[in-house]
Design a protein around this ligand. Sequence first.
Ligand SMILES: [Mg+2]
Length: 369
Amino acid sequence: MVSFLEERAKNIGGGGQNIMTDAKSVLNMSITVTVSAQKPPAPHGYISISTKRLLHNLEINAGARASVWVDSMRASSPTHIKSTPDDQGAWNLHHPSALEMFEQIIDASKGKQIIMFLDYDGTLSPIVEDPDRAFMSNKMRKTVRKLAKCFPTAIVSGRCRDKVYKFVKLAEQYYAGSHGMDIKGPEKRSKTDKVTEHVIFQPASEFLPMIDEVYKQLVETTKSTPGAKVENNKFCLSVHFRCVDEKKWSGLAQQVKSVLKEYPKLRLTQGRKVLEIRPTIKWDKGKALEFLLESLGFANCTDVFPVYIGDDRTDEDAFKILRDRGQGFGILVSKYPKDTNASYSLQEPDEVMDFLRRLVEWKQLSMGA
Ligand SMILES: [Mg+2]
């Protein structure tokens, strides 16, 4: 494990500090078969803007024009996309409901260890106007607790790890905060009954002072945009525009860009109703997923079946990793057609809860049998 961590730290080009190795102690599982869940080919023409291309254009140093930014902000806020029933139908055909496909999913996972990766905002909790009030329901919490008893489970979020933990309040699973740049394993009690924290990986720790500095500047600069909210996620920053009038989006993007001009080591990307600022290290939710699989002992295993559920552009990195590995699959939470590497869809957090419950029921039944 140490050698993997050291190698990973070297590869990402950031400081590999604050690495502790507790990952080995996680789980031992048996291995048997190999199957791969293939993603059906993507449908054509259901969405007029290629979000991927837009995102590519959006890199802060590429000098993207404001109109491109606003187009992309709209593309990330799919309530603005007008899809026809035909588009919706074609999309549903290629990204069927994970609830409707439940039996097929279970069949594909036969003989393999299911590992669950769950995004938080928009997946376990509804998207609400105030990001500080994005609480998950008690019913959802109960479901996730049961899920974590049946399968290794990780919450992967763009938010600061402490904050997402305060929302989820479950000690028995992995947390990857700040888009996977802050990973911690389940809490364990030592013999003296003291809870010991198990930070596993913080690949961007050298950026902490810079992130704090930029946070302060962004708060100051975006003050004049009503509704804008800057959130410090420790290893990355979010500028939420859920409550900003669409006419002000372009101005807000300009304000953010003006601050970031001085910080070439930070890059700007987009999420759902949020601009994200993070270090330019090669690390994202997809890399976090690979790291977690490796630390769970499944690095080169063929009998592992990872399922990643998320609603955001940033989750696409994880969907793509699963697609490229030919292992498990991604489920996109969306009511609207979107360009995605996920194989299946669920419409909203309530459907996510139904899907997780069915997984738990299936596992309990199969254990009983
Ligand atoms: Mg999300």
